[in-house]
Design a protein around this ligand. Structure first.
Ligand code: EPU
Length: 293
């Protein structure tokens, strides 16, 4: 029986993950599924449980390195209209996990709501940003969360309040759930002032990061009170490459897919960086990207 015939959403077989990752790297996933709504997602989860299959959730794939070999897994993207709803109520925004961050920033601006400006220019979806507590500088999306709606891997829906979430630097502890949506608490502000802030963030990002080539943003987390980019730069690794994977000349914490890089190229370059930084500074860099196997 083709179990997926019971699903209402889109189902693709042997879908190349390179089409769904900002790195543009990754072989096929056996199943690539976009559930149409909550019930559809529940059906998918019950199948996964029965079959003991592997389920991976993908947002816009901006922080993922997918492997060069076909994945024997179900990759699900919460991209249907149901998971991309947004509304505002006083100084709160309710947003679905599949909603793109860039559009969230614009929605907040149009509603004269401030707080999300630092996300300007960050790729990704709300769900992905919450799981990794995405941010820039000292600001992270977790700071703005009032509550989050999730589904556990038994298909049960739960509301988790901010105080019960362990948001830290690029961590949330939410990875054990499927995030359905969030309620964010913002502040009213004049549009012109929000625009000024947005410009500041986008200008900084443009001047310091290479945004034109496929990458997954920063590869490593910043060690406490240090910048991973600076440490890698001080090891004179800018421009270093393995196959088609290059350390960016503009920001050393970015690996760029310049010429059909494979996941293996990226991993080798990543290991080389780790080794150099460890031997020069005695610091062990920790990956920020999620490495799928
Ligand atoms: N620096 C260098 N050489 C480099 C890169 C940076 O000397 O090649 C220096 C900079 O001059 C600066 C310091 O290192 O003095 C910090 O650099 P930057 O301001 O670019 O910030 P970052 O800590 O490297 C963080 C986030 C970025 C976010 C920027 C902008 C992490 C790991 N990275 O980078 O997020 O865009 O701040 O605010 O937290 C990402 O999450 O994917 C990401 C790129």
């Amino acid at each position: 029986m083709n179990w997926w015939k019971n699903l209402k959403g889109k189902v693709k077989l042997n879908e190349p993950l390179s089409k769904h990752t900002s790195f543009r790297i990754g072989a096929e996933a056996e199943f690539f599924i976009e559930p149409s709504n909550i019930d559809d997602l529940k059906r998918l989860i019950s199948y996964i449980k029965k079959q003991k299959a592997k389920l991976l959730i993908i947002g816009s794939g901006s922080n993922i390195l997918a492997p060069d070999n076909k994945m024997d897994a179900v990759v699900a993207r919460l991209n249907s209209a149901h998971f991309r709803k947004i509304s505002s109520n006083r100084n709160f925004i309710n947003v679905g996990s599949g909603f793109p961050l860039g559009r969230l920033v614009r929605f907040a601006l149009n509603n004269k709501l401030s707080g999300l400006e630092f996300l300007m220019g960050l790729p990704g979806t709300v769900g992905g940003a919450l799981v990794m507590n995405a941010g820039a500088g000292k600001k992270s999306i977790g700071d703005l969360v009032a509550q989050i709606t999730v589904m556990d891997y038994n298909g049960r829906i739960k509301i988790i309040r901010k105080k019960d979430i362990n948001f830290g630097y690029r961590v949330s502890g939410l990875g054990k759930y499927i995030i359905l949506g969030a309620r964010l608490k913002l502040k009213h502000k004049e549009k012109s002032l929000i625009r000024q802030e947005l410009k500041k963030y986008i200008d900084y990002r443009r001047s310091t990061q290479e945004l034109g080539l496929p990458s997954a943003g920063c590869i490593f987390k910043n060690p406490k009170n240090k910048s991973a980019g600076k440490l890698i730069d001080l090891c004179a690794l800018k421009g270093k490459h393995v196959g088609g994977a290059y350390v960016s000349l503009k920001h050393a914490n970015f690996i760029l897919n310049k010429a059909n890089a494979s996941a293996k190229d990226v991993l080798k370059l990543k290991a080389l960086i780790e080794k150099k930084v460890k031997s020069k500074f005695g610091i062990t860099l920790k990956p920020e990207i999620k490495i799928w196997q």
